[in-house]
Design a protein around this ligand. Structure first.
Ligand SMILES: Nc1nc2c(ncn2[C@@H]2O[C@H](COP(=O)(O)OP(=O)(O)OP(=O)(O)O)[C@@H](O)[C@H]2O)c(=O)[nH]1
Length: 244
């Protein structure tokens, strides 16, 4: 992925050559995914699993910034230059004492790259869909993104809607309730984030990781993991959203 000089590259594998969807990182092939789908999940979590996660949304909503914040705990301000190409960052998230390997793909939001990014949806196990709370257009386009996701991604993909740039309160164009309503309509979990302040960035990835872990393991007696409830409980605990 190419960034202008104003943006430091993030610690990842970036390219404008559109890499194979299955790089040499232990990510399962399509074939093995299909086999897995027919086999019941094991009773313990296999820490060798790598979960492909994709960041999508309009250009400029903050996908790269969110990933940099999650990966390196920093925000790089400066003039915006759109991502060209696609790249991934490997991250390990520890949930309930278990290591969950995420391979997080950062896609270019610009329309002209759309046909390329579609190809990456197919093997995604999780999708973080972002809009910018200061951009009505990016919010209005979420429906179109969800239509594309339903068309190209697997039906059981974990989807999370994120209203990013929550720190920009004076430029807010989308009320939090609007985000919540849209998320309810599509039955997807939702939270507002800020790649700048770090608000909810870790929570977003942790919630997704927890969900992926639960889906990969057969819990005979336990109730199904409820990602919505988990997010609400964590938000309350951290008192994160008082200024939103
Ligand atoms: N205030 C604020 N600015 C942000 C935030 N996230 C991103 N930005 C800024 O928004 C602009 C776009 O951010 P990017 O992360 O490059 O956006 P992107 O979604 O990756 O864009 P594409 O690569 O074109 O798809 C940059 O100038 C960032 O500094 C945020 O949470 N708060």
């Amino acid at each position: 992925m190419e960034r202008m000089e104003s943006m430091e590259p993030i610690s990842a594998h970036y390219t404008t050559d559109y890499p194979e969807i299955h790089p040499d990182s232990g990510f399962e092939s399509r074939e093995s995914c299909d086999i897995q789908a027919k086999t019941p999940p094991p009773s313990t979590y296999d820490e060798e699993l790598v979960h492909k996660t994709i960041l999508v949304g309009d250009s400029g909503v903050g996908k790269t910034s969110l990933l940099v914040q999650f990966d390196q705990g920093k925000f790089i301000p400066g003039s915006f230059s759109a991502t060209v190409g696609i790249g991934f960052t490997n991250k390990v998230v520890t949930v309930d004492g278990v290591k969950i390997k995420l391979q997080i793909w950062d896609t270019a939001g610009q329309e002209r790259f759309r046909s390329v990014t579609h190809a990456y949806y197919r093997d995604a196990q999780a999708l973080l869909l972002l809009y910018d709370i200061s951009s009505r257009t990016s919010f209005d386009n979420i429906r179109a993104w969800l239509t594309e996701i339903h068309e190209y991604a697997q039906s059981d993909v974990v989807i999370m809607l994120l209203g990013n740039k929550a720190d920009m309160s004076s430029d807010r164009a989308i009320r939090r309730e609007e985000g919540e309503r849209l998320a309810r309509e599509y039955s997807v979990p939702f939270m507002e984030t800020s790649a700048k302040t770090g608000l909810n960035v870790e929570l977003a990835f942790t919630a997704v990781s927890k969900d992926l872990k639960h889906r990969a393991v057969q819990h005979t007696n336990e109730p199904k993991f409820q990602i919505h409830e988990y997010i609400e409980a964590q938000k309350e605990k951290s008192g994160c959203c008082s200024y939103i």
